[in-house]
Design a protein around this ligand. Structure first.
Ligand SMILES: Cc1cc2nc3c(=O)[nH]c(=O)nc-3n(C[C@H](O)[C@H](O)[C@H](O)COP(=O)(O)O)c2cc1C
Length: 204
């Protein structure tokens, strides 16, 4: 069996969601688990266009096995018209076999997003990503208000998951509260995964 890992699966075009993924990975590693960062290819308007199997830069493309074998999942997307981006939805729509076999049932999952405007749909996008995860039977871990940053933030951060306000030009960096909440989400996911794995070990 491979070493347990938390899959950080995301789509990012301009880098904000990638940076969130890196911060979530730091939280996961703080709990002592491996963070496996994976992305999905862009979707082309040309129906026959094929992306290279290895991207030019950044995280590798996710496989269904990455998802099937993870101990927990952090799923991230930029907000697109208040919803997750099509490339991520396209990947999720290809997970029917995992649903049929119940491969993700009982695994912890959390979500994250970035927007251009502060009230431009962070919560709705997070909810849009939670819906398919609930269909898969995953255990949703949001962010509790015991995280002080959730009360203090002037930018992103919601109880439904981590979020970031990138500004109209997309250049606003993650601030201290947004970073703290990304790390808290990663830590919480990893700790929950460890607790569940230990519980299963005792049952066996
Ligand atoms: C097609 C499209 C739709 C978008 N819709 C929204 C939106 O509904 N609300 C919003 O605040 N930002 C919206 N944005 C802006 C992105 O969510 C924002 O720039 C985000 O930070 C990009 O993340 P990335 O840098 O990881 O690609 C949209 C961007 C695009 C290209």
């Amino acid at each position: 069996m491979s070493t347990p890992y938390v899959l950080v699966l995301y789509y990012s075009r301009n880098g904000s969601v990638s940076e969130m993924a890196r911060q979530i990975a730091r939280g996961i590693e703080q709990a002592g688990l491996e963070a496996r960062l994976r992305t999905v290819p862009a979707i082309s308007t040309e129906c026959e266009a094929v992306a290279p199997s290895i991207p030019d830069e950044g995280a590798l493309y996710a496989s269904l096995d990455d998802l099937k074998n993870c101990s927990a999942l952090a799923l991230g997307s930029p907000t697109r018209f208040g919803n997750m981006a099509a490339p991520l939805k396209y990947f999720i729509d290809g997970t029917s076999n995992l649903w049929l076999t119940g491969a993700l049932v009982g695994k912890p999952a959390g979500v994250f997003t970035s927007t251009a405007s502060l009230h431009g749909g962070q919560e709705t996008t997070l909810m849009s990503m939670l819906l398919p995860l609930l269909h898969h039977g995953m255990l949703i871990t949001g962010l509790p208000y015991s995280e002080q940053a959730l009360l203090d933030t002037q930018g992103g951060g919601t109880p439904y998951g981590a979020s970031h306000h990138a500004g109209p030009d997309g250049k606003r960096m993650l601030d201290q509260h947004e970073i703290a909440l990304c790390r808290a989400l990663g830590l919480r996911l990893a700790k929950t995964a460890i607790l569940l794995e230990n519980g299963r070990g005792q049952e066996a």
